[in-house]
Design a protein around this ligand. Structure first.
Ligand SMILES: NC(=O)C1=CN([C@@H]2O[C@H](COP(=O)(O)OP(=O)(O)OC[C@H]3O[C@@H](n4cnc5c(N)ncnc54)[C@H](OP(=O)(O)O)[C@@H]3O)[C@@H](O)[C@H]2O)[C@@H](O)CC1
Ligand SMILES: [K+]
Length: 508
């Protein structure tokens, strides 16, 4: 699914009006009706509604919602905020329609002093500003947003299209923005919804289809995307009927150190449950028995060292040469001992195919930044926000961080996967994908190790790196969602994610 900018949304709007064709008033009616239907499904008619309407088309939506609520027998008041002397034509037309049918339902607000006192149980609808907002809201309008936010503790706040004050395509980090419990947005995701800094503003997000013209949606190229089930079905390759274990590649997983062999186990199990043909795990001596008992389907090589690995760059007499591994995953629980760092440097020189680099392997690279440019092109790096900061430095806000992520992916020709609620995947071609699956139950130790195992397995099976990283992140989140549904977000563990990989594959 594509993420459109505010400008593209306006173009989609205009294209739909011209080519469907449909009048702009009818399109507004359709958008407001989608919101009204959602409200009817979620609230009884005994709750009073207060709809705060701006002077543009977002306010126009609010005016139509007020009329539709009345049509259904709900008690609704449109509080029209006169922040500007000029109202949009569709706002004016819908004010007139409301005045004609339900004159008692309009309440004009010209200053903060006019702000109404809301009865208990009221629902607040925020239709002040949508995609037409140009910059930070200031003056008494900022005060009005603060007033709405004061209501948030006692009343349900629902934003129409965007929480007012939020810019669709740029950071609003230190600006006054409505904090909504729910955002009902039209047709497409906006970039602002993907940013952790806006989580408390957007609340629960609901994308409502309003029938924008499919031709515009299909032919307009975008830089940002949200992954979905449809996309995964185009990526996923069912297994071939004449396959043997060689068909699906031999992966090498370099992981674990004393006290962190569990990370290697989780990663290995996830790899084995994601379709790899053969798996060899490389661990220090202390991990040998643990690996053989926990993951008997995997082969195991041990380092000469007892507690950490130091020689994984060298092939040993009884193992295939490094280049025979179709994929290497490195990092979970690896530790950052100097001999390990040295071995990583040598490995990067010797193995020139895309690999998966995570956790302590990223921390080593952060400590020796010259290694960044030695990573084979097309490799996948999977930092969480702290690891990302160690690698590339801190940024002022989430939009700046996203730009830095994308810039580095292009410059280094790597796939950079930044973990989060909407994991961001920046590609060397400049495109960025946000993963749509997953839940807060996955914010738990070992979850990242599982992802490394999945990604390594997909690379080993011959998926191109872009396909592997998009499908891997999606499957990881989907398995997490299935685990949460079965046993709750609290009780699920990284092992539950592995247990649910099977059902996740079956859903593809
Ligand atoms: N896309 C679709 O398909 C559909 C879109 N629809 C809806 O239209 C919405 C977009 O409507 P829009 O373009 O009229 O802009 P909107 O968000 O109401 O804001 C404009 C108002 O804000 C004001 N203003 C701006 N900046 C400001 C600032 N910094 N500080 C203070 N004021 C500021 C500006 O004031 P002015 O500059 O004119 O004085 C003007 O009054 C969209 O979000 C969706 O809800 C649906 O109806 C139909 C389908
Ligand atoms: K709004």
């Amino acid at each position: 699914m594509k993420i459109f900018t505010a400008t593209q949304i306006r173009e989609a709007d205009a294209y739909t009006i011209q080519h469907e064709p449909v009048s702009s008033l009818q399109l507004m009616e359709r958008a407001a009706n989608a919101c009204a239907q959602w409200l009817f499904r979620h609230f009884e008619a005994d709750r009073p509604f207060y709809i705060f309407c701006g002077m543009g088309n977002n306010g126009g939506d609010g005016l139509v919602i007020t009329r539709l609520l009345h049509d259904k027998g709900y008690n609704a008041t449109a509080c029209i905020i006169h922040h500007s002397t000029k109202a949009s034509p569709d706002h004016t037309a819908n004010r007139e329609a409301l005045e004609q049918q339900y004159p008692q339902s309009i309440y004009d607000i010209h200053a903060l002093a006019d702000f109404p006192t809301l009865p208990a149980g009221s629902i607040v609808i925020d239709a002040l500003f949508g995609t037409g907002l140009r910059s930070a809201v200031e003056g008494w309008m900022a005060g009005l947003i603060h007033r709405i936010n004061d209501l948030q503790a006692r009343h349900t706040v629902i934003a129409i299209d965007l929480p007012s004050g939020l810019l669709a395509d740029a950071s609003s980090a230190r600006m006054p923005v409505v904090n909504a419990h729910h955002t009902l947005s039209f047709e497409v995701y906006k970039l602002a919804f993907m940013m952790p800094e806006n989580a408390a503003r957007v609340g629960q997000l609901h994308i409502l289809p309003i029938g924008l013209h499919p031709d515009y949606m299909a032919r307009t190229p975008t830089r940002f995307h949200v992954t979905d089930a449809h996309m995964m079905r185009t990526i996923y390759q069912p297994r071939q009927p004449f396959a043997h274990k060689g068909t699906y590649g031999h992966a090498l997983l370099i992981a674990g150190s004393y006290g962190k062999i569990g990370a290697a186990v989780l990663s290995a199990k996830a790899c084995l449950h994601s379709g790899v043909g053969l798996l060899t795990c490389y661990v220090p001596q202390c991990g040998y028995q643990i690996m053989q008992i926990s993951a008997p389907a995997a082969m195991c090589i041990t380092d000469p060292q007892e507690t950490h690995s130091s020689h994984f760059h060298e092939t040993q007499p009884h193992t295939p040469a490094l280049h025979q591994f179709r994929a290497i995953g490195i990092g979970p629980g690896l530790g950052t001992a100097t001999p390990t760092a040295k071995a990583l440097e040598l490995l990067l020189d010797q193995y020139r195919q895309p690999m998966v680099i995570d956790a302590d392997a990223l921390n080593i690279i952060a400590a020796y930044p010259f290694l960044l440019s030695r990573i084979p092109h097309g490799s996948v790096l999977t930092p969480h926000p702290k690891e990302f900061e160690r690698l590339f430095g801190s940024t002022e806000n989430d939009f700046a961080r996203l730009e830095l992520l994308s810039e580095q992916a292009i410059n280094l020709q790597l796939y950079l996967l930044l973990k989060g609620r909407f994991t961001a995947i920046a590609c060397p071609d400049g495109s960025v994908y946000f993963n749509s699956t997953g839940n807060p139950g996955m914010a738990t130790g070992g979850s990242g190790d599982v992802l490394t195992g999945i990604l390594t397995a997909l690379l080993a099976q011959g998926y191109a790196p872009k396909a592997a990283v998009l499908l891997g992140a999606y499957l990881h989140g989907l398995a997490g969602d299935i685990a949460a549904a079965r046993m709750s977000q609290e009780a699920m563990t990284a092992e539950s994610i592995i247990d649910c990989l099977g059902p996740a594959f079956l859903q593809l």
